[in-house]
Ligand binder design. Structure first.
Ligand code: CA
Length: 243
C-alpha cells in the first residue's frame, strides 16, 4: 500500500518543520508549500490524500486557495484541515462554508493534529468505498431503504450515506456538523448544553472549547439555509432543535 501524501500549506517555518517531522514520523509523505500560489501550481499535477491549509498566507490567502481547490473537480473531495490563528473565527466559519472539513487553531497540540488528520483520512477512505461500491450494502437490508431517511421540514437526511438535503439540494456537511445535527435532532427538542454537544457529537479524542462548538454550529446553520432557524440558541445554556 502506498503511503498517504499530505500537502502542508504554511508560511511559518517553525510550524512547518514541526508538522513535517511529526507527520513523517508517522509514515506520511509530506509535501510543503510556503504560499498559495506554489501550492496551486503543484496541485495542477498532483493529488494529495489530505491538505493542511494555513489561512494567513503571503500572496493569495488561505480562503482563496480553498475556493480554488474546491472549484476544481479533480481536487474537490480531498479532505482539507484549516489551520487558523487566534481571532480568525469568522474566517474559519467562511472556510467551513467553502468546504473545508475541519479546523485547528494555533497554537495546537501535535497529538490533536494527528487525531484530526487520521479521522479525516479514515472518513475520506470510507466515503470512497461507499461511492465505489453502492451495491455492497449488507444483504439483509430491504431493497427499499426509505427507513434510512430522516425527514424534518425541508431537511432530509440519508443516514446510510450521511448525505443531507435541504429543499432537495444536497448540502455538504463536515463530519462534525453531521454529528451535531443528528445529536440535536435525537434530543427531541430538549436543550443541550455545549458540553453535552461536545461529548455526544465530537467525543473525547479532541480537546474542544465552547467557542469551537459555536463555530461548528454557526457553520452548520449557514449550510441549512432556509432551515437555519431550526437550530435555536438558548442564551446561557446551549442549543435546541426546534421541530
Ligand atoms: Ca501564516
Amino acid at each position: 500500500m502506498s503511503k498517504e501524501q499530505i500537502l502542508v500549506i504554511e508560511d511559518e517555518q517553525d510550524i512547518l518543520s514541526m508538522v513535517r517531522l511529526r507527520l513523517e514520523s508517522r509514515g506520511f509523505v509530506v509535501v510543503t508549500a510556503e504560499s498559495g500560489e506554489l501550492a496551486l501550481r503543484w496541485l495542477t499535477e498532483h493529488k494529495p490524500d489530505l491538505i493542511l491549509l494555513d489561512l494567513m498566507l503571503p500572496g493569495i490567502n488561505g480562503l482563496e486557495v480553498l475556493k480554488q481547490i474546491r472549484n476544481n473537480r479533480n481536487l474537490a473531495k480531498i479532505p482539507i484541515l484549516i489551520i487558523s490563528a487566534l481571532g480568525e473565527e469568522s474566517d474559519v466559519v467562511v472556510g467551513l462554508e467553502l468546504g473545508a472539513d475541519d479546523y485547528l487553531s494555533k497554537p495546537f497540540n501535535m497529538s490533536i493534529l494527528m487525531a484530526r488528520v487520521n479521522a479525516l483520512l479514515r472518513r475520506s477512505q470510507s466515503d470512497q468505498k461507499i461511492e465505489q461500491k453502492p451495491e455492497n450494502k449488507p444483504n439483509n437490508k430491504p431493497k427499499d431503504d426509505s427507513n434510512d431517511f430522516i425527514v424534518i421540514g425541508a431537511i432530509r437526511i440519508d443516514t446510510n450515506r450521511h448525505h443531507v438535503f435541504v429543499d432537495n439540494q444536497s448540502v455538504a456537511l463536515t463530519s462534525t456538523e453531521y454529528r451535531l445535527l443528528l445529536t440535536l435532532i435525537a434530543s427531541k427538542g430538549r436543550v443541550l448544553t455545549r458540553n453535552q454537544l461536545i461529548d455526544e457529537a465530537i467525543g473525547n479524542e479532541s480537546i474542544v472549547t465552547d467557542r469551537t462548538i459555536d463555530v461548528h454550529l454557526a457553520s452548520l446553520r449557514g449550510k441549512l439555509g432556509s432551515s437555519r432557524a431550526m437550530i435555536e440558541t438558548v442564551r446561557g445554556v446551549g442549543y435546541r432543535f426546534k421541530f
